[in-house]
Write a protein that binds this ligand. Structure first.
Ligand SMILES: Nc1ncnc2c1ncn2[C@@H]1O[C@H](COP(=O)(O)OP(=O)(O)OP(=O)(O)O)[C@@H](O)[C@H]1O
Ligand SMILES: [Mg+2]
Length: 282
């Protein structure tokens, strides 16, 4: 049965966004709005997925969403929680670097910090005792299969270990919003489960918590997200593809009654197939 919910304040608004490098229009005409979802019976965050074939502009868009890159046209607005509410609405501001947690596709880490030191640093603004922080870190390291390399530096880690450390670092330090570029790629089955569990936990703990991620795994996106955007190349008048990415389709799984379910149904499979067709043609 479809879950009851309401859509409240805007939490992310993207308008007419394009990014041009030199002569090349990488993405254009990107616009969408995501709102705070409120359910009567439980805290419900937002999980938003971006799908699209390689080179369609997912990472480029994510750099704009996190304020790392100034768009050529358009803007990205998020609520400004430092300002008082006016007429029942939180005033908006242009996103700036540092406003939003970001795990980039290269899983960038502090070069001179061990895993343990990085995670301790990530908790620097959390108001619990140093012992409690240690306990928390040790539990995570164990659960995420990182305990044996806790004192190693990034250049001494495997790709998957670096990736998990980068994700954990954001989980521990981020505010309400978190953008993750391909957090699942290259992880083994156990670690995929860890990241999925972490997403669920974040989603269930505060109504404003918002996770935005990209993936090449369509099924995983349909399973986890309540809102999915498919990026693809725009078409020329003659039907041939341009090299410019844009949003081709939005699937609101809440509206479809498919969000927040604990099983993957025939309807989920149907959406997966639809998305695959759109991607293959773009
Ligand atoms: N600094 C840059 N200068 C010029 N072109 C760039 C630059 N960065 C990315 N591009 C181009 O922008 C396009 C989109 O790249 P982007 O990394 O956003 O794609 P993506 O959807 O994240 O792909 P993938 O799934 O492979 O990660 C590509 O054609 C890429 O070559
Ligand atoms: Mg990318």
């Amino acid at each position: 049965m479809a879950a009851k919910y309401e859509q409240k304040d805007t939490i992310l608004h993207v308008e007419n966004l394009s990014i041009v490098y030199g002569e090349k229009v990488i993405i254009s005409n990107i616009g969408f709005t995501e709102k705070n979802t409120v359910r009567p019976d439980k805290p419900q965050g937002q999980t938003i997925a971006f799908l699209g074939r390689s080179g369609r502009g997912k990472s480029t868009l994510f750099r704009a969403l996190t304020g790392l890159e100034e768009p050529t046209t358009g803007m990205v607005l998020i609520p400004d929680f430092e300002k008082p509410i006016v007429n029942g609405q939180q005033p908006a501001k242009k996103v700036q670097e540092g406003d939003v947690g970001f795990v980039d596709q290269k899983y960038t880490l502090f070069r001179h910090k061990t895993i343990y030191q990085s995670l301790k640093y990530a908790l620097r603004n959390v108001k619990i005792s140093s012992e409690e922080k240690d306990e928390k870190i040790i539990t995570y390291l164990k659960d995420w299969g990182l305990q044996t390399c806790r004192n190693q530096y990034p250049n001494e880690l495997s790709g998957g270990q670096r990736q998990r450390t980068a994700i954990l670092e954001q989980l521990l330090s981020s505010g309400l919003y978190m953008v993750l570029d391909e957090p699942f790629s290259g992880l083994d089955v156990g670690n995929i489960q860890n990241v999925k569990d972490a997403f669920r936990l974040i989603n269930d703990s505060h109504e404003l918590n918002t996770i935005i991620f990209s993936t090449h795994d369509i099924e995983l996106a349909v399973e986890l997200a309540d809102s999915i955007y498919v990026l693809g190349y725009l078409k020329n008048d003659d039907g041939t593809l341009t090299q410019t990415g844009t949003i081709l389709k939005h699937f609101d799984l809440k509206e479809m009654g498919l969000a927040w379910q604990h099983e993957f149904t025939a309807d989920h499979l149907d959406i997966t197939k639809q998305i695959k067709q759109i991607m293959l043609a773009s």
